[in-house]
Each structure stands twice: as structure tokens, then as C-alpha cells.
Design a protein around this ligand. Structure first.
Ligand SMILES: CC(C)(COP(=O)(O)OP(=O)(O)OC[C@H]1O[C@@H](n2cnc3c(N)ncnc32)[C@H](O)[C@@H]1OP(=O)(O)O)[C@@H](O)C(=O)NCCC(=O)NCCS
Length: 414
């Protein structure tokens, strides 16, 4: 038995944010029925293709464990079938441009009329306000949610992160909203509206930067690289690779950095482990020197401290340095490339990186469920082909017979 066995999701999502959410719910055991436009499907099926005429990795890696139904929800017959699907599902999830579902004739009021128990969950770029009608993609959300203004080096332009905090991050938020609403429905018997704005999701993940905005009003941010030599403006600045917490941290070069772009190690020079770190990097002198032997004394020269640490790390590979520093309780981590992550045996062993077989593309690699439930282990099944389950769902879920299905097909509804 899986945690969400018996929960049926009507999945109107596309691209990344919504599919991330419904894929997680599918891994937890929900029956996710992905509704796609006949003949076309989710636009990502054909985006960034690596093999001609085969569903892209963009699509396959975000739509595991789902069933695919094609349905034109703008035609009359399609709308009738969609209405029946709303009646039969526990959750409707969508991330269309603002108002798209209303324009099809399915407002929240109408959806509640059809099924008062349904949970209607949406991702939009913005919440109510001046930008509520805007279409939004990942990097727009990173810019409008505070991610870009606080990422990068002080002297450089704003930078977006490779982590998809706008899309996948908001999908995660939405999934939590949905299971919470399902939990509340156990008591109230009613569904509810669940809305996540990508701007809000990114800002939530940038919470510590809003913390720093307020700390800035009371003086310089001493753990930032701008302290004490640079200047602070009136907004949280970009901090390069400085640690967001109270302990100084930085990325230092390791052996091979001249040719390997990922030969780096993140080191946190935590006060409690400083003695061991100082000794290992050949600076036992720091331990007796009042200019160095307290966290406060080191604060104005963090850059100098990491320059010295780096002289040592450059003589070791990132893995060698980590092996030496770990027993000294120095928190550190190698900068791992996607190649290294994809080959890491421990990630394969836990199912965080998995191989999946696909009838058209063959075997590919994906990220499995990063959330591990002891009683509901996730099994990663390949993404569906476009409309692969149309007949099955129309029969099994809606009870339609062959004749009705043939008529829907003749009409272009499915
Ligand atoms: C992502 C986004 C920018 C893409 O925009 P887009 O490619 O123009 O797609 P839209 O969402 O506008 O949908 C396109 C149309 O297809 C229609 N459509 C979708 N599925 C359909 C179906 N099964 N049958 C008939 N029509 C369908 C929609 O109703 C919409 O029509 P309309 O414009 O006449 O209302 C936009 O959907 C968006 O801003 N979503 C919310 C934020 C978000 O999730 N962004 C992150 C994406 S990872």
C-alpha cells in the first residue's frame, strides 16, 4: 500500500512547476491522470529533444508514474468528459496562464458545483496584485522573488541559480498544500482552493535574505564579503559564496582546478572546529595569535583566512581534502558536477538517481523521489506516451463504452 492510494488527481499541468507537484503525488501512490491536448500534448514533450520524434528528457523526467489522456477541453464533448473527470477526482491541479481554466468555463465556483469535495490547486507566477495576469517562467520567478538580486558576486550582475527554485520549488510547495487540504477534508468533507505563486515560493526560499535586509538596518552584515572593506547599500547585497549562516564559509580551489571547472570544495570555518582546521592547513601560529585565535578577530579578514586555507586545498583533490577535514568536524562538501552525481553509487543505492526504461528512447537516468517514506517507498515508472491511457481511463474511471469512446474520437474530443 502507498500513502496516497485511492487519491485520484486530475492533472492539467504542463512544463515544470505543476508536473513536479503531481509527479511527487504519483510517487506517493496517487492515481495521476494527465490531461493533454490531442495531437500535441504538454509542450515539453517536444522541447529540447535529444532524439528526433521521441518524448524529450524534459518531459520524461517530470512525468513519471502518470497516466496520459488526450482531451480537448474547449469543445463541447470534451467539456462534458472533463466535467465527469472533475466529478471522479479528488484533486484538480493546473498551472496554466492566469484565467485559462475560467476561459474554458471552469471557474472555481463551477468546479465546486460539480464536485464540492474537490481540491483545486494552482501555480501562478504572482499572487493577486499588479502582476497577477503575467505569464511566468523559472528565471522570471527567481528575479521577482529575490533569488537573483541576492545571488552572484558583489561586483557582478544578478545571477539566477541552476536549482529550479521557481518551478520545482513552487511545485513542492503546492504538493504540501494539496496533502494538507486532503487532510483537512477528512474533517470538513469539503474541498478547497490551494494557490501557490512562484514569486512567493522563491521569496520563501530566500527567507534568510529578508532576514538580512532587516539586520542591515542595524549595521553592516559582518559575515558578508563586503565587510569591512566594501560598502553596503540599502538592500541585501550579493554575497558571492559566503555562508548564509552565522559561520564563515567559502568555496576554495582544489588540486586540478586549472582544468577541472568543478575542482572546488566548500569549507565552513566553524569556530568549534577552527583549531583542527588551522593545524591541518599549516597555521598552528593562528592558535596563539590574538589577531587570529577568536572568531571575532578573524571576522575582518575572512578573505585572507580562506586564501591561506586554499593554499592547502590546492595541494589536495576535493575528495582528499574532505576526507582529511571530516574527522576534524570541519563542515565541508565537494562541488559535484552532474557527471559525478549521475555516477555516484550511494545515490543509485537510495533511488535518488534511477535508471528508467522507455519504449521509444531506451534507458535514461532520472532523479527519483527525494522524499523517503518507510511505509510508502517510491517506485519510479516511465512517463506515459501521449494519450497512452485515454481508452483505459474513459472506460475504467468514467465507465464509457467503446461506442461512446469512438464517437468522442470521431469528434476530435479525445
Ligand atoms: C508556463 C506558461 C508561461 C506557458 O504559457 P503558454 O505556453 O502560453 O500556455 P497557457 O498556459 O497560456 O495555455 C495555452 C492555452 O492552451 C489551452 N489548453 C491547455 N490544455 C488544453 C486542452 N487539453 N484542451 C484545449 N485547450 C487546452 C489553454 O486553455 C490555453 O488557452 P487560452 O490561452 O485560450 O486560455 C503559463 O502557463 C503560465 O504562466 N503558467 C503559470 C505559471 C507557471 O506555472 N509557470 C511555470 C512553468 S514551468
Amino acid at each position: 500500500m502507498k500513502a496516497l492510494d485511492g487519491v485520484r488527481i486530475l492533472d492539467m499541468t504542463h512544463v515544470q512547476s505543476g508536473p513536479t507537484c503531481t509527479q511527487l503525488l504519483a510517487w506517493f501512490g496517487a492515481d495521476v491522470i494527465k490531461v493533454e491536448r490531442p495531437g500535441k500534448g504538454d509542450a515539453t514533450r517536444s522541447q529540447l529533444r535529444d532524439i528526433p520524434d521521441v518524448d524529450s528528457l524534459y518531459f520524461t523526467m517530470l512525468n513519471h508514474n502518470k497516466r496520459s489522456v488526450t482531451l480537448n477541453t474547449k469543445g463541447e464533448r470534451g467539456k462534458a468528459i472533463f466535467t465527469q473527470l472533475i466529478e471522479s477526482c479528488d484533486v484538480l491541479v493546473e498551472n496554466f496562464a492566469p484565467g485559462a481554466l475560467d476561459r474554458m468555463g471552469f471557474s472555481w465556483e463551477r468546479i465546486q458545483e460539480i464536485n464540492p469535495r474537490i481540491i483545486y490547486a494552482s501555480v501562478k507566477g504572482f499572487g493577486p496584485g499588479p502582476y497577477e495576469d503575467c505569464k511566468v517562467y523559472e528565471n522570471v520567478a527567481q528575479c521577482t522573488g529575490g533569488g537573483a538580486s541576492t545571488t552572484g558576486f558583489p561586483e557582478g550582475p544578478p545571477v539566477v541559480s541552476g536549482a529550479q527554485i521557481g518551478d520545482s520549488g513552487t511545485g513542492l510547495h503546492l504538493a504540501l498544500g494539496i496533502v494538507t487540504a486532503l487532510f483537512q477534508r477528512e474533517t470538513t468533507g469539503r474541498g478547497q482552493r490551494v494557490e501557490c505563486a512562484m514569486q512567493d515560493g522563491v521569496l520563501n526560499l530566500c527567507r534568510v535574505k529578508l532576514r538580512d535586509q532587516q539586520r542591515l538596518m542595524h549595521g553592516p552584515l559582518k559575515e558578508y564579503p563586503q565587510y569591512p572593506h566594501g560598502t553596503f547599500g540599502d538592500a541585501t547585497p550579493r554575497a558571492g559564496n559566503a555562508s548564509g549562516g552565522g559561520q564563515p564559509g567559502w568555496i576554495v580551489k582544489c588540486k586540478g582546478w586549472e582544468t577541472d571547472p568543478d575542482a572546488y570544495l566548500y569549507i565552513i570555518a566553524q569556530a568549534a572546529a577552527f583549531n583542527g582546521l588551522a593545524k591541518v592547513v599549516g597555521h598552528e601560529d593562528w592558535l596563539e595569535d590574538p589577531d587570529w585565535n577568536s572568531a571575532e578577530a578573524r571576522l575582518p579578514k575572512i578573505d585572507q583566512m580562506f586564501d591561506e586555507i586554499e593554499k592547502w586545498t590546492m595541494t589536495k583533490t576535493k575528495f582528499e581534502a574532505m576526507e582529511i577535514l571530516n574527522p576534524l568536524n570541519v563542515p565541508c562538501g565537494p562541488v559535484l558536477s552532474m557527471k559525478e552525481l549521475s555516477e555516484e553509487p550511494s545515490l543509485r543505492a537510495t533511488g535518488t538517481v534511477v535508471e528508467v526504461d522507455h519504449p521509444e528512447r531506451g534507458v535514461y537516468l532520472t532523479v527519483g523521489n527525494p522524499i523517503k517514506l518507510s511505509d510508502s517507498p517510491a517506485e519510479v515508472r516511465r512517463s506515459p506516451l501521449l494519450g497512452e491511457h485515454t481508452d483505459e481511463v474513459l472506460k475504467q474511471v468514467l465507465g464509457m463504452d467503446d461506442e461512446a469512446i469512438a464517437a468522442a474520437k470521431a469528434d476530435g474530443a479525445v
